[in-house]
Design a protein around this ligand. Structure first.
Ligand code: AMP
Ligand code: GLY
Length: 426
C-alpha cells in the first residue's frame, strides 16, 4: 500500500518511521514533510488546511491508497469528511468527532452530561457574566479560550488580579482571536494551594466502539528546567509514566476511557482515530484536563517506538471498525525524547541555522520537526527542530542515552531542557 501522512512535525516523522516497518507499506508520502521525513517519504508541498485542494490532489493521484491525518487543524476543518466523501480511505476522526478537541465548551459539557471526572467549570459568551463568576469563585482559577489556540489559550491565574486581566485579554482584546468568543472558567484542580498537578498523557486507538490505550507518557510543556518559563508545544517526553499503575489504569478505563467513547457514540459523534486523554492526578482521583483528537507531539515520539504491532494494521482496523480483532502489543522498558529547540522559542527565534549531527548511537532515533535542506545543507526551520529519542530498560537509562546523543547535535542557539525524564521521580 502507498500511504500518505498529513503534517510536518516530529510527530509525523515518528508515525512515518513506524509505518515504514510495516511489510505491507510500499511507498510513503508526506504533506508537507521536512528534511528528515524526506529521507523516507516523498514530500508533497501543498497546504493541507485547504481541504478541497487535498481532495483534488488525491483524486488526481489514485496511487495513494490510504491517508493518515495527524494535525488538529485539518481535522477540525473536516479534511477526513472531505476525503471520505470522495471515496478515499483515511485515518482520523471526522469534523463532528474532532469537536472534542476543537471546542473546550463542547468537551466540558460532554463530561458534565456523562459524569466523566474533570474540573468543575462554567462556559460564558458574556464578558460581564464571566467576570461576575470569577468574583464569586475566587482565585486560583483557570481560564480557557474555547477554540483552538495552538495550546496557548489556557491561563492559570494565581490571583484575582491575574484572572481579571486574563479574562480581558481573552474576551475583549481577543488575544487568541475568535477562539476567545467563549471562555471556559475552571476550578484549579489540585485545590487552593496552586501546586502543579501530576499529569499523564494516555493516547488511545479507538474505532468508536473498542478503545485500546497505548503506553502512557509524560510531557514537559514549559520552556525551561524545573517547569519554568512559557508553555511550549512540548520540550520532551518519556514513557512509561511512573505514577500510573494497574489501579490507575483500571480507574481510568472504567471512569474515563469507556464512558467517553460511549458518550461520543450517544451524541452521534462516534470517534474513530487516536483519542488523547490529558489526565491529572488529584486528591479526588484521576481527572480529564483535556482531550485531543489526534496523536500528541512529542508523546508520539516515545510511544510509537514501543509498539510491536504493525501500525498500518491498527489504522486499517480503526477505519473498518474492527479494532477488537487486533491484538496490540508493546515492548517492555522505557523511551525518552529530548527536544532541541531554536534559541528564543516559543517567542521569537531565527531560522536557517546550519545543523551538525555527530556520530549518534545506532539505536537512537531522530524525529525531525523544524528542519529543511537548503543549498545542500541541513538547516533549522522552526521553533522545535529535532527530537532525540532513546530507549532503555529504565527511564534513567533511556534518559542518559538521549542526552549523550543530544550533546552531539549542534546548531547556533540550540536550546534543550536538561531535566526531561526526571519529573515525578521524587
Ligand atoms: P490544556 O491546554 O487544557 O491542556 O492546559 C494546559 C495546562 O494547564 C495543563 O497541562 C495543566 O498543566 C494546566 N491546567 C489546565 N487546566 C487545569 C486545571 N483546571 N487545574 C489545574 N491545572 C490545569
Ligand atoms: N503534547 C501535547 C499535545 O500534543 O497537545
Amino acid at each position: 500500500m502507498n500511504v500518505l501522512v498529513i503534517g510536518n512535525g516530529g510527530r509525523e516523522h515518528a508515525v512515518l518511521q513506524a509505518l515504514k516497518k510495516s511489510p505491507r507499506v510500499e511507498k510513503l508520502y508526506a504533506m508537507k514533510g521536512n528534511a528528515g521525513i524526506a529521507e523516507i517519504a516523498e514530500c508533497i508541498d501543498l497546504d493541507y488546511c485547504n481541504v478541497t485542494a487535498v481532495g483534488d490532489y488525491l483524486d488526481a493521484h489514485p496511487e495513494i491508497d490510504y491517508t493518515v491525518v495527524t494535525p488538529d487543524d485539518p481535522l477540525a476543518l473536516g479534511l477526513v469528511d472531505e476525503l471520505e466523501k470522495r471515496g478515499h480511505r483515511c485515518f482520523g476522526p471526522n469534523k463532528r468527532a474532532a469537536l472534542i478537541e476543537s471546542s473546550k465548551a463542547f468537551s466540558k459539557s460532554l463530561m458534565k452530561k456523562y459524569g466523566i471526572p474533570t474540573a468543575k467549570s462554567e462556559t460564558f459568551s458574556s464578558y460581564e457574566e464571566a467576570l461576575a463568576y470569577i468574583g464569586k469563585e475566587g482565585a486560583p482559577i483557570v481560564l480557557k479560550a474555547d477554540g483552538l489556540a495552538l495550546g496557548k489559550g489556557v491561563l492559570l491565574c494565581k490571583t484575582m488580579e491575574e484572572a481579571r486581566e486574563g479574562l480581558k485579554e481573552i474576551m475583549l482584546d481577543k488575544k487568541f482571536g475568535q477562539a476567545g468568543n467563549k471562555v471556559v472558567i475552571e476550578e484549579y484542580m489540585t485545590g487552593k494551594q496552586f501546586d502543579p498537578g501530576e499529569e499523564v498523557s494516555v493516547l488511545t486507538f479507538t474505532d468508536g466502539k473498542t478503545i485500546v490505550p497505548m503506553v502512557t507518557s509524560c510531557d514537559h510543556k514549559r520552556a525551561f528546567d524545573g517547569d519554568k518559563g512559557l508553555n511550549t508545544g512540548g520540550m520532551g517526553t518519556f514513557t512509561p509514566c511512573p505514577f500510573y499503575g494497574k489501579e490507575e489504569e483500571e480507574e481510568v478505563r472504567e471512569k474515563i476511557l469507556l464512558p467517553t467513547v460511549e458518550a461520543m457514540r450517544k451524541e452521534e459523534r462516534p470517534f474513530k482515530g487516536v483519542l488523547y486523554f490529558g489526565l491529572m492526578r488529584t486528591p479526588t482521583g484521576m481527572k480529564v484536563v483535556e482531550y485531543n483528537a489526534r496523536f500528541g507531539d512529542p508523546e508520539t515520539q516515545v510511544v510509537l517506538p514501543m509498539l510491536k504491532t504493525d501500525l498500518l494494521d491498527i489504522f486499517e482496523a480503526v477505519t473498518d471498525e474492527r479494532l477488537s480483532d487486533v491484538k496490540i502489543e508493546w515492548e517492555e522498558g522505557a523511551c525518552v525524547c529530548v527536544v532541541l529547540a531554536s534559541g528564543g522559542y516559543p517567542v521569537k527565534y531565527e531560522k536557517g541555522k546550519e545543523i551538525a549531527i555527530g556520530d549518534l548511537d545506532e539505536d537512537v532515533v531522530l524525529c525531525h520537526a523544524g528542519t529543511k535542506w537548503k543549498d545542500g545543507k541541513l538547516v533549522t526551520d522552526g521553533g522545535r527542530v529535532l527530537g532525540v529519542c532513546a530507549k532503555g530498560k529504565t527511564v534513567e537509562e533511556a534518559r542518559q542515552k538521549a542526552y549523550k546523543n543530544a550533546e552531539k547535535i549542534t546548531f547556533e542557539g540550540k536550546h534543550m531542557r536538561t531535566d526531561i525524564g526526571i519529573k515525578y521521580r521524587g
